[in-house]
Write a protein that binds this ligand. Sequence first.
Ligand code: GLP
Length: 272
Amino acid sequence: MRTSCITTTGVPCCAVSESGGDGLPGIRISPLPSVEAVAEVAAQALLEACREEPRRPLGLATGRTMVPVYRALVGQVSRLSVREREEIRLRWWSFNLDEYVGLGPAEQGSFAAEMHRNLSEPLGIDADRVLLPDGLAKDPEEEARRYSEALHRAGGIGLQILGLGLNGHVGFNEPPCEEHSPTRCVELCATTRQANASAFNHDLSRVPTRAITLGLSDILAAQRILLVVTGSAKAPILKRLLETSPSSDLPASWLHHHPSVQLLADPSALEA
Ligand code: GLP
């Protein structure tokens, strides 16, 4: 099955790819039969990237889309031999996309807590191998710079996994957002806070108004990007993303400029 998408070069990009990029810009679409299949393929890609040499950190995301991905990853790791499991545990090195300003690992709703619950704890990975911006830092702008510098010192992201916000954000790069936006502190859109309120018992007043996010510049510097989109609620924004030329109105549209982006989507996300 081949699905076409529009590239910014105007060249139709039609491909279903199992691995890396072909050096041409454009999003390669991999339609998969179910959310579970998407999660298994994404988890497999993370496992393979974790074993690669030379080693570069993984770029990780949070959110509902990622819950089945980390569940699948934990399942895949549990089926490895003891030696292989230990290898993954010791080799793990990741930078998350974002964190809410004002929330730390102990707070319900923080991305640090989510990563601990869904990944570090079940896999037995030390917390200092699963890095996130410090939401409790006194100066969030300074923390964003520190985090970006730490990522640069690490050589940048190898494989970056991304979810897609309902308004087209990646990480917390809310529209409008330029292609070269730096890692920084941002104000969250009302719609994003609403969409994420479920992690705060649906109490909107508890959803932070600001976050630290990797900028598009650091995201696009990743060697490879895996965009994971599932569910019918994402279908309209995904359709727009695949049909649009890059523009600041749709932050994820800058992915069209990257040479190696693969989209994993279930049927309902592709049905619009
Ligand atoms: C969130 C996060 C993103 C996430 C996206 C989609 O707000 N900042 O990293 O990928 O929006 O979230 P979800 O998977 O819950 O729809």
